[in-house]
Design a protein around this ligand. Sequence first.
Ligand code: FE2
Ligand code: FE2
Length: 314
Amino acid sequence: MKIQEIYNLAINKGIEADFRGEEGIEELLKRKKGKYEKLSGKEKEEFDIESLENPYLDSRIYHVAEDKEIKKVLVGIDIEPAELLLAKEIGGIDLVIAHHPLGKGLAHLADVMDLQCDVLNQDGVPINVAEGLMKERIEEVARGVNAVNHQRTVDAAKLLGLNLINSHTPCDNLAARFIKEKVEKENPERIEDLMNLLKEIPEYKEAMKIGAGPKIFVGSEENHCGKITITEFTGGTEPTPKIYEKMAQAGIGTILGMHMREESKKEAETANINVVIAGHMSSDSLGVNLFLDELEKKGIEIVPCSGLIRIRRS
Ligand SMILES: [Fe+2]
Ligand SMILES: [Fe+2]
Protein backbone atom coordinates (compact mmCIF):
# COMPACT_ATOMS: atom_id res chain seq x y z
CA MET A 1 0.00 0.00 0.00
CA LYS A 2 1.02 3.59 -0.67
CA ILE A 3 0.66 6.37 1.92
CA GLN A 4 -2.46 7.83 0.31
CA GLU A 5 -4.14 4.39 0.27
CA ILE A 6 -3.38 3.86 3.96
CA TYR A 7 -4.73 7.29 4.74
CA ASN A 8 -7.88 6.78 2.66
CA LEU A 9 -8.47 3.43 4.35
CA ALA A 10 -8.35 5.17 7.75
CA ILE A 11 -10.84 7.83 6.68
CA ASN A 12 -13.20 5.26 5.14
CA LYS A 13 -13.09 3.01 8.20
CA GLY A 14 -13.82 6.10 10.32
CA ILE A 15 -16.85 6.92 8.19
CA GLU A 16 -18.14 3.34 8.37
CA ALA A 17 -17.96 3.41 12.18
CA ASP A 18 -19.26 6.97 12.58
CA PHE A 19 -22.37 7.25 14.80
CA ARG A 20 -23.82 9.75 12.34
CA GLY A 21 -23.91 7.09 9.61
CA GLU A 22 -22.58 7.30 6.08
CA GLU A 23 -25.57 9.41 4.98
CA GLY A 24 -24.89 11.85 7.80
CA ILE A 25 -21.32 12.30 6.61
CA GLU A 26 -22.42 12.70 2.99
CA GLU A 27 -24.85 15.40 4.06
CA LEU A 28 -22.11 17.19 6.01
CA LEU A 29 -19.71 17.18 3.04
CA LYS A 30 -22.48 18.29 0.71
CA ARG A 31 -23.18 21.28 2.96
CA LYS A 32 -19.49 22.21 2.96
CA LYS A 33 -19.37 22.02 -0.85
CA GLY A 34 -22.46 24.22 -1.08
CA LYS A 35 -20.84 26.82 1.17
CA TYR A 36 -17.55 26.65 -0.74
CA GLU A 37 -19.26 27.29 -4.07
CA LYS A 38 -20.79 30.51 -2.71
CA LEU A 39 -17.40 31.92 -1.63
CA SER A 40 -15.62 34.71 -3.47
CA GLY A 41 -12.35 34.05 -5.33
CA LYS A 42 -10.19 35.31 -2.45
CA GLU A 43 -12.18 33.36 0.16
CA LYS A 44 -11.81 30.21 -1.95
CA GLU A 45 -8.03 30.64 -1.90
CA GLU A 46 -8.06 30.67 1.91
CA PHE A 47 -10.43 27.71 2.14
CA ASP A 48 -9.07 24.33 3.30
CA ILE A 49 -9.93 22.39 0.13
CA GLU A 50 -9.36 19.06 1.87
CA SER A 51 -12.45 19.69 4.02
CA LEU A 52 -14.64 19.06 0.94
CA GLU A 53 -13.62 15.40 0.87
CA ASN A 54 -12.42 14.70 4.40
CA PRO A 55 -14.88 14.89 7.32
CA TYR A 56 -12.01 14.45 9.81
CA LEU A 57 -9.74 17.47 9.56
CA ASP A 58 -7.85 16.31 12.66
CA SER A 59 -6.38 13.47 10.55
CA ARG A 60 -3.87 14.33 7.85
CA ILE A 61 -0.91 13.46 5.72
CA TYR A 62 1.83 15.78 7.05
CA HIS A 63 4.91 14.87 5.12
CA VAL A 64 5.71 12.60 2.22
CA ALA A 65 9.47 12.25 1.99
CA GLU A 66 9.29 9.30 -0.39
CA ASP A 67 6.09 7.96 -1.93
CA LYS A 68 7.00 4.30 -1.81
CA GLU A 69 5.29 0.98 -1.10
CA ILE A 70 4.81 0.85 2.69
CA LYS A 71 5.96 -2.37 4.34
CA LYS A 72 6.79 -1.35 7.91
CA VAL A 73 5.18 1.37 10.04
CA LEU A 74 5.98 2.86 13.44
CA VAL A 75 2.71 3.70 15.21
CA GLY A 76 2.23 5.66 18.44
CA ILE A 77 -0.45 7.54 20.32
CA ASP A 78 1.69 10.70 20.54
CA ILE A 79 4.43 11.20 17.99
CA GLU A 80 7.05 13.78 18.83
CA PRO A 81 10.57 14.31 17.46
CA ALA A 82 11.82 11.66 19.94
CA GLU A 83 9.69 8.97 18.27
CA LEU A 84 10.93 10.08 14.86
CA LEU A 85 14.51 9.64 16.03
CA LEU A 86 13.45 6.20 17.28
CA ALA A 87 12.15 5.41 13.79
CA LYS A 88 15.56 6.28 12.39
CA GLU A 89 17.32 4.23 15.06
CA ILE A 90 15.11 1.16 14.47
CA GLY A 91 15.59 1.48 10.73
CA GLY A 92 13.47 0.25 7.83
CA ILE A 93 10.45 2.33 8.91
CA ASP A 94 8.58 3.42 5.77
CA LEU A 95 5.91 5.50 7.51
CA VAL A 96 5.22 6.92 10.97
CA ILE A 97 1.55 6.99 12.06
CA ALA A 98 0.42 9.09 15.03
CA HIS A 99 -2.96 8.92 16.74
CA HIS A 100 -3.17 12.40 18.28
CA PRO A 101 -3.19 15.20 15.73
CA LEU A 102 -0.13 17.23 14.77
CA GLY A 103 0.44 20.35 12.68
CA LYS A 104 -2.54 21.25 10.52
CA GLY A 105 -4.58 18.41 12.05
CA LEU A 106 -4.10 19.79 15.55
CA ALA A 107 -4.98 23.29 14.38
CA HIS A 108 -8.29 21.83 13.13
CA LEU A 109 -9.07 19.67 16.17
CA ALA A 110 -12.16 21.69 17.07
CA ASP A 111 -13.60 21.01 13.61
CA VAL A 112 -14.55 17.42 14.47
CA MET A 113 -16.35 18.37 17.69
CA ASP A 114 -19.70 18.92 15.96
CA LEU A 115 -19.93 15.14 15.94
CA GLN A 116 -20.62 15.34 19.69
CA CYS A 117 -23.73 17.47 19.14
CA ASP A 118 -25.22 14.85 16.82
CA VAL A 119 -24.38 12.00 19.18
CA LEU A 120 -25.80 13.90 22.18
CA ASN A 121 -28.92 14.46 20.11
CA GLN A 122 -29.15 10.73 19.36
CA ASP A 123 -29.05 10.23 23.12
CA GLY A 124 -31.99 12.52 23.65
CA VAL A 125 -30.45 15.95 24.26
CA PRO A 126 -32.30 18.44 22.05
CA ILE A 127 -30.03 19.47 19.17
CA ASN A 128 -30.46 23.18 19.92
CA VAL A 129 -29.32 22.65 23.52
CA ALA A 130 -26.34 20.49 22.45
CA GLU A 131 -25.26 22.99 19.80
CA GLY A 132 -25.81 25.97 22.06
CA LEU A 133 -23.75 24.55 24.92
CA MET A 134 -21.04 23.01 22.76
CA LYS A 135 -20.45 26.16 20.68
CA GLU A 136 -18.54 27.89 23.47
CA ARG A 137 -16.47 24.77 24.22
CA ILE A 138 -15.60 24.24 20.55
CA GLU A 139 -14.35 27.83 20.36
CA GLU A 140 -12.38 27.31 23.57
CA VAL A 141 -10.66 24.22 22.10
CA ALA A 142 -9.91 26.10 18.88
CA ARG A 143 -8.27 28.93 20.87
CA GLY A 144 -6.45 26.43 23.08
CA VAL A 145 -4.70 24.69 20.19
CA ASN A 146 -3.94 28.04 18.61
CA ALA A 147 -1.00 28.66 20.93
CA VAL A 148 0.87 25.37 20.46
CA ASN A 149 3.97 24.69 18.39
CA HIS A 150 1.98 22.92 15.67
CA GLN A 151 4.77 22.09 13.25
CA ARG A 152 7.46 20.89 15.68
CA THR A 153 7.07 17.19 14.88
CA VAL A 154 6.29 17.83 11.22
CA ASP A 155 9.50 19.87 10.91
CA ALA A 156 11.46 17.00 12.47
CA ALA A 157 9.92 14.55 9.96
CA LYS A 158 11.03 16.83 7.13
CA LEU A 159 14.59 17.07 8.48
CA LEU A 160 14.81 13.32 9.00
CA GLY A 161 13.20 12.48 5.67
CA LEU A 162 10.36 10.47 7.23
CA ASN A 163 6.82 9.96 5.96
CA LEU A 164 4.30 11.12 8.58
CA ILE A 165 0.50 10.89 8.88
CA ASN A 166 -2.09 10.63 11.68
CA SER A 167 -5.52 9.16 12.21
CA HIS A 168 -7.42 10.61 15.16
CA THR A 169 -11.22 10.73 14.92
CA PRO A 170 -11.41 7.78 12.47
CA CYS A 171 -9.72 5.58 15.09
CA ASP A 172 -11.74 7.04 17.97
CA ASN A 173 -14.88 6.24 15.95
CA LEU A 174 -13.72 2.62 15.66
CA ALA A 175 -13.22 2.43 19.43
CA ALA A 176 -16.59 4.08 20.11
CA ARG A 177 -18.40 1.68 17.76
CA PHE A 178 -16.66 -1.35 19.27
CA ILE A 179 -17.56 -0.31 22.83
CA LYS A 180 -21.12 0.65 21.91
CA GLU A 181 -21.77 -2.73 20.30
CA LYS A 182 -20.31 -4.56 23.29
CA VAL A 183 -22.37 -2.54 25.78
CA GLU A 184 -25.55 -3.03 23.75
CA LYS A 185 -24.93 -6.77 23.47
CA GLU A 186 -24.16 -7.37 27.14
CA ASN A 187 -26.49 -4.69 28.52
CA PRO A 188 -24.79 -4.33 31.94
CA GLU A 189 -27.19 -3.63 34.79
CA ARG A 190 -24.90 -2.18 37.42
CA ILE A 191 -21.63 -0.25 37.30
CA GLU A 192 -19.85 -3.35 38.53
CA ASP A 193 -21.11 -5.25 35.45
CA LEU A 194 -19.98 -2.43 33.18
CA MET A 195 -16.53 -2.48 34.81
CA ASN A 196 -16.33 -6.26 34.34
CA LEU A 197 -17.27 -5.90 30.68
CA LEU A 198 -14.43 -3.41 30.18
CA LYS A 199 -11.94 -5.52 32.07
CA GLU A 200 -12.44 -8.36 29.57
CA ILE A 201 -11.10 -6.17 26.75
CA PRO A 202 -7.38 -6.93 26.29
CA GLU A 203 -6.26 -3.29 25.98
CA TYR A 204 -7.81 -2.54 29.40
CA LYS A 205 -6.44 -5.75 30.86
CA GLU A 206 -2.96 -4.60 29.86
CA ALA A 207 -3.57 -1.09 31.20
CA MET A 208 -4.66 -2.56 34.55
CA LYS A 209 -1.22 -4.12 34.94
CA ILE A 210 0.31 -0.64 35.18
CA GLY A 211 -2.51 0.82 37.27
CA ALA A 212 -4.18 2.58 34.33
CA GLY A 213 -7.25 0.34 34.02
CA PRO A 214 -10.91 1.42 33.95
CA LYS A 215 -11.97 3.58 36.91
CA ILE A 216 -15.23 4.71 38.44
CA PHE A 217 -14.96 8.51 38.59
CA VAL A 218 -18.53 9.11 39.79
CA GLY A 219 -20.89 6.59 41.39
CA SER A 220 -20.26 3.20 42.93
CA GLU A 221 -20.16 -0.43 41.84
CA GLU A 222 -23.68 -0.99 43.20
CA ASN A 223 -25.27 1.84 41.22
CA HIS A 224 -27.58 0.97 38.36
CA CYS A 225 -26.14 2.06 35.02
CA GLY A 226 -29.42 3.29 33.59
CA LYS A 227 -28.94 4.43 30.03
CA ILE A 228 -25.26 4.28 29.10
CA THR A 229 -23.82 6.80 26.67
CA ILE A 230 -20.57 6.61 24.69
CA THR A 231 -20.71 10.29 23.63
CA GLU A 232 -17.23 10.98 24.99
CA PHE A 233 -15.29 8.30 23.12
CA THR A 234 -15.01 10.33 19.96
CA GLY A 235 -15.45 13.85 18.63
CA GLY A 236 -12.10 15.52 19.22
CA THR A 237 -11.88 16.11 22.93
CA GLU A 238 -14.01 16.50 26.06
CA PRO A 239 -17.33 18.38 25.88
CA THR A 240 -18.47 21.35 27.94
CA PRO A 241 -19.09 20.62 31.65
CA LYS A 242 -22.44 22.36 31.24
CA ILE A 243 -23.76 19.39 29.25
CA TYR A 244 -24.14 16.97 32.16
CA GLU A 245 -27.25 18.51 33.66
CA LYS A 246 -28.87 18.32 30.22
CA MET A 247 -27.73 14.74 29.77
CA ALA A 248 -29.39 13.78 33.06
CA GLN A 249 -32.59 15.49 31.94
CA ALA A 250 -32.40 13.51 28.68
CA GLY A 251 -32.39 10.30 30.71
CA ILE A 252 -28.71 9.38 30.60
CA GLY A 253 -27.57 7.44 33.65
CA THR A 254 -23.94 6.62 32.94
CA ILE A 255 -21.18 8.13 30.85
CA LEU A 256 -18.52 5.78 29.59
CA GLY A 257 -15.57 7.88 28.46
CA MET A 258 -11.84 7.81 27.75
CA HIS A 259 -10.85 10.62 30.12
CA MET A 260 -12.50 13.43 32.09
CA ARG A 261 -11.35 16.72 33.59
CA GLU A 262 -12.02 17.46 37.25
CA GLU A 263 -14.41 20.29 36.44
CA SER A 264 -16.54 17.94 34.33
CA LYS A 265 -16.41 15.21 36.95
CA LYS A 266 -17.89 17.63 39.51
CA GLU A 267 -20.70 18.65 37.17
CA ALA A 268 -21.54 15.01 36.37
CA GLU A 269 -21.64 14.32 40.11
CA THR A 270 -24.02 17.22 40.70
CA ALA A 271 -26.23 15.85 37.91
CA ASN A 272 -26.18 12.35 39.50
CA ILE A 273 -24.68 10.78 36.40
CA ASN A 274 -22.32 7.85 36.93
CA VAL A 275 -18.98 8.21 35.18
CA VAL A 276 -16.82 5.27 34.18
CA ILE A 277 -13.49 6.24 32.67
CA ALA A 278 -12.11 3.42 30.59
CA GLY A 279 -8.63 4.95 30.30
CA HIS A 280 -6.98 7.21 27.78
CA MET A 281 -4.02 5.38 26.20
CA SER A 282 -5.85 2.05 26.39
CA SER A 283 -8.99 3.39 24.70
CA ASP A 284 -6.95 5.16 22.05
CA SER A 285 -5.03 1.91 21.54
CA LEU A 286 -8.28 0.01 21.02
CA GLY A 287 -9.33 2.29 18.17
CA VAL A 288 -5.87 2.37 16.60
CA ASN A 289 -5.60 -1.43 16.84
CA LEU A 290 -8.86 -1.94 14.95
CA PHE A 291 -7.36 0.12 12.12
CA LEU A 292 -3.94 -1.54 12.31
CA ASP A 293 -5.54 -4.98 11.93
CA GLU A 294 -6.65 -3.79 8.49
CA LEU A 295 -3.07 -2.78 7.62
CA GLU A 296 -1.70 -6.09 8.81
CA LYS A 297 -4.16 -7.88 6.54
CA LYS A 298 -2.43 -6.06 3.67
CA GLY A 299 0.93 -7.40 4.80
CA ILE A 300 2.22 -4.30 6.62
CA GLU A 301 4.44 -4.85 9.65
CA ILE A 302 3.50 -2.83 12.74
CA VAL A 303 6.00 -1.49 15.28
CA PRO A 304 4.08 -0.01 18.27
CA CYS A 305 5.50 2.86 20.34
CA SER A 306 4.50 5.82 22.52
CA GLY A 307 1.73 4.31 24.63
CA LEU A 308 0.19 2.10 21.95
CA ILE A 309 -0.83 -1.23 23.47
CA ARG A 310 -0.85 -3.38 20.33
CA ILE A 311 -3.48 -6.14 20.38
CA ARG A 312 -4.27 -8.11 17.23
CA ARG A 313 -7.88 -9.21 16.65
CA SER A 314 -7.82 -10.82 13.22
FE1 FE2 B 1 -8.31 9.19 20.66
FE1 FE2 C 1 -6.57 10.57 22.95
